[in-house]
Design a protein around this ligand. Structure first.
Ligand code: ADP
Length: 319
């Protein structure tokens, strides 16, 4: 293993840069060569490969996004595209590859491993939708961004005594909504994993009003529906005016939290260790604050259920 390549793929996430930095520095520490592949699998197919050194990752630990850029690449979904990628890997003399991305990127990493390229996956996505890890790189930053938004909305919601619906990312997963909703003290948290009962949301708002509550904040994961529609339904049921805020892509950017930087640093370094030990088709993760490794194939087959204890807690605290 003389030369290791690193790429970021799929949706970007704060902390990806810290992971790239950890990979680059660990490889150099072990006196091997490191190259960066621009734009994920797209750049790999096109041979966009750059030599990296210690200075390449200076001053990036605190930056959101990814200095290697990221892309989605349909060509890579087909054997011909993947064959082109393997050709470029061989041409560049890359002996092992580290893929930082979400579950789609993991599927690509597994395909490359099956084609004989030693490949390790690092979970980089704000969605937390990768199994066999308690958290993915970027989740904590996204949650903090949402909590910050909730704090701000709470001020105006209180002043105007209004019902606010805050729509957050999460098409299939409610992690961001659930964690930010609990930490931000939301009255209701609506996530795709729990069937929507709009009547009980409305009843809770009315109970709160009777107790003299000045505002209601509802956190809605986008997978449940749109904030506008949910707002209309609540108005129809309660006769109260609603306002909404759709946070959108601000959740994907910003300076990564200390937690995400730590996670990215640990996972990036571990990915390098695994390649140097001759491992392939493995994914790294964190469980109970310990770094873990699993077969990517196993990770992709596992379901990652939402934490029902947290769902329960949210219900208790927002009584
Ligand atoms: P994420 O990695 O964030 O889940 P995507 O699902 O868009 O993002 O995947 C990123 C890229 O990984 C895709 O553009 C594609 O090139 C590659 N990919 C996705 N799914 C597969 C698959 N089933 N087999 C091979 N490569 C895949």
């Amino acid at each position: 293993m003389k030369t290791i390549g690193v790429l970021t793929s799929g949706g970007d996430a704060p902390g990806m840069n810290a992971a790239i930095r950890a990979v680059v520095r660990s490889v150099i520490y072990h006196e091997r060569e490191i190259v960066g592949i621009m734009r994920g699998y797209l750049g790999l197919i096109n041979g966009e490969i750059i030599h990296m050194h210690l200075g390449s990752v200076a001053d990036i630990i605190h930056r959101g996004g990814t200095i290697l850029h990221t892309a989605r690449c349909d060509e890579f979904l087909y054997p011909e595209g993947r064959a082109k990628a393997v050709k470029q890997i061989k041409k560049a003399g890359i002996d092992g590859l580290i893929v930082i991305g979400g579950d789609g990127s993991y599927r690509g990493a597994l395909d490359l491993a099956k084609l004989g390229i030693p490949t390790i996956g690092v979970p980089g996505t704000i969605d937390n939708d990768i199994a066999c890890t308690d958290a993915t790189i970027g989740l904590d930053t996204a949650v903090n961004t949402v909590v910050d938004a909730i704090n701000k909305v709470r001020d105006t919601a209180t002043s105007h005594e209004r019902v606010f619906i805050i729509e957050v990312m999460g098409r299939n997963r409610g992690d961001i909504a659930l964690l930010a909703g609990i930490a931000g003290g939301a009255e209701s948290i609506l996530i795709p994993e729990v069937p929507l009962n709009i009547k009980s949301v409305a009843e809770k708002i009315e109970r709160g009003r009777k107790r003299g509550k000045l505002h209601s904040i509802i956190i809605l994961a986008e997978g449940v529906g749109s904030a506008i529609d949910v707002g209309k339904e609540i108005t129809a049921l309660t006769n109260l005016e609603t306002r909404y805020a759709i946070l959108g892509h601000i959740q994907r950017g910003g300076t990564p939290t200390a937690y995400d930087r730590m996670l990215a640093s640990r996972l990036g370094a571990e990915a390098v260790e695994l390649l140097l030990k001759g491992e392939s088709a493995k994914a790294v993760g964190i469980e109970a604050n310990k770094i873990v490794r699993y077969d990517i194939e196993y990770v992709l087959k596992q379901k990652k259920p939402i934490d029902l204890e947290l769902v329960n807690l949210a219900g208790i605290l927002a009584i």
